[in-house]
Structure formats: C-alpha cells, structure tokens
Design a protein around this ligand. Structure first.
Ligand SMILES: Cc1cc2nc3c(=O)[nH]c(=O)nc-3n(C[C@H](O)[C@H](O)[C@H](O)COP(=O)(O)OP(=O)(O)OC[C@H]3O[C@@H](n4cnc5c(N)ncnc54)[C@H](O)[C@@H]3O)c2cc1C
Length: 529
C-alpha cells in the first residue's frame, strides 16, 4: 500500500466492493488495494477466475475452462510491478513456438497447414508453401500493423465516458487508420490473395466472438500482437494467473469472499452506496461490477440507474457467438503431430461463420484443440492427456435446442477430430465434461451464453460500450466495458476503471500517485515476458 501525502491520504478508510473475482475484478482490486483502499471482493463461486479458471477433474486431469491463449503479458506485468511484484515470480509463462498450428480443410481433406511462429523468416517459408506471392507481403503487413497498434494503444488506454473523449488527441491521431467501413478480411485482401493466408491472420477475430468478414479492420492488430509479442502458456493453465492475482490481493489485504452471491447494488439517490450479498448489507464508497455486463449489471442495478442501458437496449444489443466445449481426460498420448494449440479451419469457412452469425448450428464446424500437455506435464497424469476442444456456435438467441442436440453435436465433433489425426478417442475417454451455450448462461452467468460478451462492432465500442464509470460510485470492469473482451484488454480496462474510481474518490493526482497514469508507452516485444 502506498503511504504519501500526494492525494492518496484521501483514500484512507475508503471501501470499495467488487462483484466478481474474474480477471477484471482481480486486476482492479490489486490496483485499488495498492492505493490504500479497503477492497472486498464478493465472488459467487467457490473458486476465483470466472471464465479464466483451471479446474482439476477426477483422474487428475486439469482443464482451462475458458482462455488458453495468454497474450501480451506486459499489461499484467505492469499491474504486478505497480504492486511492487514481478509477474514472473508468481506465474511461469512459456512462450510457444510454434505458437499454433493452423490446419485448413479443403474439399478433399486437408488442403494445407501453417505452423505459425513469431520468427518472421520461418513464417514466410510457412506461408510460401501455400502462396509464394503472399509470403512476400508478410513483413509489410507486420510493419503496417506495428504503426496501427502504436496509434491505437493510447485509444484503448483512455476512458470513453464522455462524448468529448471521441475527439481526444489519441482518437484524432488514430482516425486515419480506422477505416470504419472495412472489415478485417477486406483489409487483409490488400496484402494476401489466398483466402487461407487471410484466415491465418484473421481467425483471431473469433477471440472477440466475431466474424472476420464483419469485424472492424482495426482488429488486424490481434494477429499482429500474437506474432510480435508472443502467445504464452501459463504453467498450470491460465487459471494459475487468476490464482496468482488472488494470492497477491490477499497478501495486500483484499478481503476475498468466495461463495458469496451479490443480489443487489444499493443506491442513495443516484449514488451507489453498497450492496447486498447473501442477504447481508455491505456499505461502500463505490461498487465495481465484474460479472458479465448484460446479465449481471442488468440483474443488480435497477433500470432507473442505467438510463443508457435500459432493458430494451440490452435485449437488442449485438452479442458475440457462444462456444460448445468438450473437456476430455484420455488414456494414452496424442499423435506427435498435435502441438499445443491447433485450429482446424473448415472448408467453406465463410459459410461456417455466416451460419454462426445467422443462428444456424454449423454441421461442418471449425474448431480449436488445446493439448496443453504438449508443453506442460502437469495437466494430466503420466500416460494420459487432457484435451480441450472449443467449437464456435451461435449464442442462445438462435433458439437451438441444446438438450436435444448435445449428444449429436458431441459425436460430430469427435468425428471432426479425426481430421487432426485423433481417431481413436471414444474408447480412451476416462473423463468428459461438456459446456454448451445453456451452461454458459446458467452456470457462468453469461447473458445468452455469448461467451465473448457484447459484440465489438464500432457502434458498441469506445464511447458506445458500457462506460467504465457507469454512474456515481458505480464502475464496470471486464469484457463488457471498454476496451473489450480478451485478457490483455480486460486488464487494461481494469486500469481505466480503477483510475476513474480513484479520481472520483480522491482526485486525479491520487490516481497518478497510485501508479495508474493516463496512458502507458507502447512496449516492445523484448519487454514482454
Ligand atoms: C471459452 C472461452 C475461451 C476464451 N479464450 C480466451 C483466450 O484464449 N485468451 C483471452 O485473452 N481471452 C479469452 N476469452 C475471453 C475472456 O478473456 C474471458 O472470458 C475472461 O475470463 C473474461 O473476464 P471478465 O473479467 O470479463 O470476467 P469473468 O471471467 O466473466 O468473471 C466474472 C466473475 O463474476 C462472478 N459473478 C457474476 N455474478 C456474480 C454475483 N451476482 N455475485 C458474485 N459474483 C458474481 C462470476 O462468478 C465470475 O467469477 C475466452 C472466453 C471463453 C468463454
């Protein structure tokens, strides 16, 4: 905790209640505690991490539930550093090379593969195997996106709680790179003619639950981020990061209350003044909500306190897709060819994506497989494998009867895995769990099972996304607020929300003194570890 006369004294004795111990809630709690605020986190589950948790299943298999790609660790490293700690002392991060294996399905089996790597020369050779002319443009694509990221990083770091913020110097500087009418795929056509190569640099829009054919071209920076700054595996799974954050928060005095369900946020006039958890009132100077925006904010905050996000607007909001998940504990090993991350891109990818957007369940889906044991021996007992399979599917608005479809879809996915050389699964399954969109909604409190939150189209981003400062004494953190979903941006959003909250309680100087400056300089790849 900081002790100084530079504005932070005004925070002494202040109390903040955080709803949810997901990545956003934990990151914000660290920053607030570091400023000297008494932070209490209420988490309805028995374990921290929200969607970013790693669970141990019977038989000793360990599975990440949600995130498996840990990208751009620099932001979290900065948050740890501002708490006087080094991230690497808490979590071991392995940079993956190859960072993932892309497998393209064609009309007659596999039409090509790319072993994606941050080593540009090797990557060019991989691309050249599919499309020699496209390989010549890889460096130009990187160079363009390096510039673009430099312009957009300050935009992602600023708050957008006033309309004026849309005309901030950072926004004005970034505007020439925005191309609002252009999708990621269209932007990539300027560099790459082969649709498979474009997919290699655009499937990342799925991290936002969006189609590369609709997602704003700004998001070509996603694939660039991976190549430039790396794809990491936190040893023990991504949940190890959440556990490390919770451990540090505990040592900094944060009161973490597990199995504690928040039922209501309390108001005095327009100001949030506390909450009710499991029937008990807790008074606070501010409340910060980390639960899924459309589900949890709607449930906890009466409609009159969210004039910009009334029920009707939330109902009409555009949402991300959902995911059908298979977690398999298997006897035996995987084929040598199966690396840590493998993405099978379906023949007719565009149709596949259109089906998801339009609410039809794809019967020839793309899918992603994580075989964490490739890198991390701790994810399954010796001689066994923990396999994580993610299939993008429509969210619950599509009205798919998952109770009826579940088994059929499971069988279809096991069949599709044969394309990756995994052809003897059924007899080796020793543990199995399925999460379909219904469970995302019911067990994880995710609105309509839209796993990646509100869609990230331009009319639901920046000023148009739910504001980090949601009202007097009320703040939002997590994938539903600015800058958006995905761990690095959620951590960045936690910095923004914590800064605004501290500013409200103690003024701008206090936020700066608490080590949350307005913008941070762009890190180089060598700084990310
Ligand atoms: C399948 C999947 C794969 C993903 N893959 C990646 C990836 O590879 N890389 C990446 O960067 N991102 C990925 N994401 C996206 C994103 O990073 C995670 O979803 C992330 O966990 C979202 O964090 P959050 O802070 O918004 O909160 P959440 O993780 O949603 O946590 C919110 C917390 O609030 C709690 N809560 C809710 N309501 C209440 C209440 N009333 N009272 C008390 N507590 C409450 C919940 O229990 C939960 O713990 C993935 C997401 C999913 C679902």
């Amino acid at each position: 905790m900081l002790q100084s006369g530079d504005g932070l004294r005004a925070l002494t004795g202040r109390r903040v209640a955080v709803v949810g111990a997901g990545p956003g809630g934990l990151a914000a709690a660290l920053l607030l505690a570091r400023a000297g605020i008494h932070v209490t986190i209420f988490e309805k589950d028995p374990q921290v991490g929200g969607r970013t948790k790693t669970v141990e299943a019977p038989g000793g298999y360990r599975f990440d539930i949600g995130p498996t790609f840990f990208l751009y660790p620099q932001i979290l490293a900065d948050i740890f550093a501002s708490c006087g700690e080094r991230l690497e002392d808490h979590v071991k991060l392995e940079r993956l090379d190859p960072q993932y294996h892309l497998v393209f399905e064609g009309a007659e089996g596999i039409s090509g593969t790319i072993r994606a790597t941050g080593d540009v020369e090797r990557l060019e050779r991989e691309v050249a195997r599919l499309a020699p002319d496209d390989a010549k443009n890889v460096k130009a694509f990187f160079s363009e996106n390096r510039t673009k990221l430099n312009y957009f990083k300050p935009v992602l770091e600023q708050a957008f709680h006033t309309l004026r913020s849309m005309a901030s110097p950072a926004m004005l500087a970034a505007l020439p790179y925005l191309h609002p009418g252009r999708s990621v795929d269209r932007d990539l056509k300027r560099h790459f003619a082969d649709p498979r190569v474009r997919l290699a640099f655009s499937f990342q829009t799925k991290y936002l639950g969006m189609s590369p054919f609709r997602c704003p071209s700004l998001f070509t920076i996603l694939s660039f981020l991976e190549y430039e700054h790396g794809v990491y595996h936190p040893v023990g799974g991504c949940g190890a990061v959440s556990e490390a954050m919770a451990g540090l928060a505990g040592r900094m005095g944060v009161d973490l209350r597990l199995n504690s369900n928040v039922e209501e946020v309390l108001f005095d006039g327009k100001r949030a003044t506390g909450l009710v958890a499991d029937g008990e009132t807790f008074n606070a100077d501010a409340v910060l909500i980390n639960g899924d925006f459309a589900k949890v904010v709607r449930a906890l905050v009466p409609e009159r306190h969210r004039p910009r996000w009334r029920d009707a607007k939330i109902r009409k909001a555009r949402l991300s897709c959902s995911t059908f998940m298979l977690y398999l504990g298997l006897e035996g090993k995987m084929p040598d060819s199966l690396g840590h991350h493998t993405i099978l891109l379906a023949d007719g990818y565009e149709k596949n994506i259109r089906e998801i957007t339009e609410g039809t369940l794809p019967m020839q889906p793309s899918l992603y497989v994580q075989h964490a044991g490739y890198t991390d021996g701790g994810m399954a007992p010796p001689g066994h494998t923990a396999l994580y399979v993610l299939v993008p599917v429509p969210n619950l608005k599509a009205g798919i009867d998952w109770a009826a479809m579940r088994e059929t879809y499971r069988a279809l996915i096991l069949e599709r895995l044969k394309l990756l050389g995994i052809d003897d699964l059924e007899s080796r399954i020793r543990y199995e769990r399925i999460i379909d969109p219904t469970q995302w909604e019911e067990d994880f409190a995710v609105h309509e099972g839209a796993t990646f939150n509100l869609a990230h189209d331009l009319m639901q981003m920046l000023y148009f996304r739910p504001h980090n400062r949601f009202g007097p004494g009320l703040y939002i953190v997590g994938g539903g607020t600015h800058p958006g979903s995905g761990l690095p941006v959620i951590y960045e959003g936690a910095r923004i929300s914590a800064r605004l909250l501290i500013e409200e309680l103690a003024g701008a100087r206090a936020a700066a003194a608490a080590g949350i400056p307005d913008t941070a300089p762009l890190a180089t790849s060598s700084e990310a570890s």
